[in-house]
Design a protein around this ligand. Structure first.
Ligand SMILES: Cc1cc2nc3c(=O)[nH]c(=O)nc-3n(C[C@H](O)[C@H](O)[C@H](O)COP(=O)(O)OP(=O)(O)OC[C@H]3O[C@@H](n4cnc5c(N)ncnc54)[C@H](O)[C@@H]3O)c2cc1C
Length: 396
């Protein structure tokens, strides 16, 4: 396994840093620092994506033939680490990381030609309609129904926890098109224009007080058969392909290091950094972050030589990355002390000109702590990841 960067990789890293110095301007940095959600707010995400798109770097994981950056595995690791360490806005995953690769793998030529450039440019903003009340981990039990009527499917039912559905102009969704046989056998993958009549998006306000997720209701919503991805009743194959990207992607270590740096800054400013018990907790987390970092480098090293590290590794990283981030955000709240108690929401978000209560660094830790609770639920809960790891360890 090679962990050292080659001269060419170091030159690439310098190129990424130069890009960040030039394009990640002070106003964008200030806006990114006030973000507490899973993904950056839509307007900030669009601004940042357009800058990346101009440079040809909007999709680091896409092959060049589809307009992606065409990076090697090591370049992608460097790129994502540098952006995460700089605190760049987290672009929503639904278009670039989920729908795009699915269309490349399973879409028709027309679907690829129409959608991929628009995902890259940010013109199309996607949301993911998978979960339903009662169908999350057990996704194959989903009930939202689509019935064929001429050249359309007619959709009735509901989807829940749909992240950024209120910003999205497109949704990819799983619907039930047959009830015979195994539940997985009657599912179809569809694309839907969010402006279609009969679709209602209702906000769900989460524990941090932010509006990120929604419940969507479908009342005779029509979408053309030409917007089906894969064959009718074969949507489970497409969905499983997508879940590989949902669970696999990410650069946890770089984000963890950035969050840990923030803990240190806050702890020093609040005078708790020299407390022995606090330092012990910080050191313990540093060790765990190193373990995540080395595992990610192992994945990159294997990918760059074409070797496989095994299916369980994505689950291990998702589990360890999210659980460690929860502990880091908890330590940030501890460092902040009493300033974690007031409602800091007026100081959060793009365009806010309200001051934080306390120092500037007091604005985000509590909201990030609360938002991060969800990370061990979405993208496959920790229990589900442990099942995958258990089965792999037992060779089942
Ligand atoms: C902030 C947030 C954003 C989300 N965004 C989206 C989105 O954009 N699109 C979308 O489609 N969905 C989204 N989701 C939904 C998410 O995918 C589901 O919440 C998740 O799959 C869990 O499903 P559930 O909520 O129905 O819980 P359940 O599946 O009912 O799980 C309840 C509990 O049981 C445990 N459990 C379930 N099955 C097992 C098992 N086999 N073994 C052991 N324990 C088990 C779980 O770990 C959990 O603790 C989002 C969720 C959140 C919280």
């Amino acid at each position: 396994m090679h962990m050292d960067l080659s001269p060419a990789d170091l030159a690439f890293r310098a190129e990424v840093r130069a890009f960040l110095d030039e394009k990640f301007t002070p106003d964008l940095r200030a806006a990114a620092q006030r973000q507490a959600g899973v993904f950056a707010e839509a307007d900030l995400a669009r601004r940042w994506q357009s800058l990346l798109h101009e440079r040809g770097w909007a999709a680091p994981a896409w092959p060049a033939q589809y307009g992606g950056a065409g990076f090697t595995a090591v370049q992608r690791y460097i790129f994502e680490s540098e952006l995460a360490e700089a605190g760049a806005p987290a672009l929503p995953a639904m278009g670039l990381q989920l729908c795009g690769p699915v269309l490349m793998g399973h879409g028709t030529a027309e679907q690829k030609a129409f959608f991929l450039p628009r995902i890259l440019s940010g013109e199309h903003y996607w949301c993911q309609g998978y979960s339903e009340p009662g169908s999350g981990s057990d996704l194959a039990s989903l009930q939202c129904r689509a019935v064929r009527d001429g050249d359309d499917y007619v959709i009735n039912g509901t989807k829940i926890w749909t992240t950024h559905a209120h910003h999205a102009n497109w949704m990819f969704l799983l619907v039930r098109t047959a009830t015979e046989g195994k539940p997985q056998a009657g599912i179809t993958f569809l694309l839907l224009d969010m402006a279609t009549p009969g679709l209602t998006v209702q906000p769900i306000i989460t524990i941090s007080g932010e509006h990120e997720v929604n419940q969507c209701f479908f009342d005779n919503v029509r979408t053309p058969v030409s917007l089906r991805v894969g064959e009718e009743n074969k949507g489970w194959t497409v969905a499983k392909y997508l879940l590989e990207f949902e669970r696999g992607g990410g650069s946890f270590a770089a984000r963890l290091k950035g969050a840990m740096r923030q803990v240190r800054t806050i702890a020093q400013a609040e005078g708790i950094w020299d407390d022995a018990d606090f330092r012990r907790k910080a050191a313990d987390l540093e060790v765990q972050i190193s373990a995540v970092d080395i595992t990610e480098r192992r994945v990159v090293s294997a990918a760059s030589t074409g070797a496989s590290v095994g299916d369980a590794t994505a689950s291990m990283l998702k589990l360890k990355g999210t659980e460690t981030m929860q502990k880091v955000t908890e330590l940030a709240v501890e460092a902040l002390g009493v300033y974690a108690m007031p409602d800091q929401r007026p100081a959060l978000g793009l365009g806010s000109n309200a001051a934080a209560i306390g120092a500037d660094h007091a604005a985000t830790p509590m909201a990030r702590y609360l938002n991060t609770r969800a990370s061990t639920i979405y993208g496959g809960s920790s229990e589900v990841q442990r099942n995958i790891l258990g089965r792999a360890a037992l060779g089942l």
